[in-house]
Design a protein around this ligand. Sequence first.
Ligand code: KIV
Length: 284
Amino acid sequence: MKSSKVTIPALLEKKQKGEPITMLTAYDFPMAKQIDDAGVDIILVGDSLAMVILGYDSTLPVTMEDMIHHSKAVSKAVKRALIIGDMPFMSYQVSIEKAVENAGRFLKEAGCDAVKLEGGKNVVDKIKAIVNAGIPVMGHIGLTPQSATALGGYKVQGKDLESAKALIEDAISICKAGVFSIVLECVPDELARIITQKVNVPTIGIGAGPYCDGQVLVTNDLLGLYEKFIPSFVKRYINLAPEIKKALASYVNEVKEKKFPSEQYSFKASKELVNALKEWESQN
Ligand code: KIV
């Protein structure tokens, strides 16, 4: 496994060579380190933070401060992967100035290499301005969770010819605006194939089938750590939540039954200290 830092040109080269790109989310130091050590190319500090870590029901409430706080922890752990900070709801929609300023914070304060934002034609002006400021941008089209209500819920997008064509146009527009890569979320496999062929930047799929240039999943989903809801496109590579529950129950029982801490997990007092303490106890 290469240990040099992943660069944007290296990702482009992977697309050209047909080498799949790997991407996962991380929100804290220990998990980011595990993911980086596993050789994952891109680590996204996703706004999914809101749901899988902070306990909200959607991604909307997460703030810039939350995102910067967690991105800092991730960037301290990562040596190889490209780190992307996910721009939260209302951090880029309001004005071009606000979009550039907030994008800059991910690089300046949090140690990220790039930012991601959701949307197609409607965010082209924001993407252009952020890219012009020298900040690499990853696009995100298809199911864009920040606008899930407007899209009618967490549903597959581009299911008919009209909406499929609109997504192809969105992909081309944000590509022209300067994105270095595009996340395609919840779109039919054939549509993802066509978009991947039509754009000259890597596409990273989530629920978008096998024809994308790379794949991304929410790490807590693939590890079985998020139990509230499992999207049908998620493959659980391990189911950690029940294992954690088992371990915690054992700890609780052992403390209650006075089995923990045993000698192995205690600091034995020296004979001198035992005698001195006994004498002190008898006088007090
Ligand atoms: O926030 C997130 O985790 C994401 C991924 C689903 C791509 O945007």
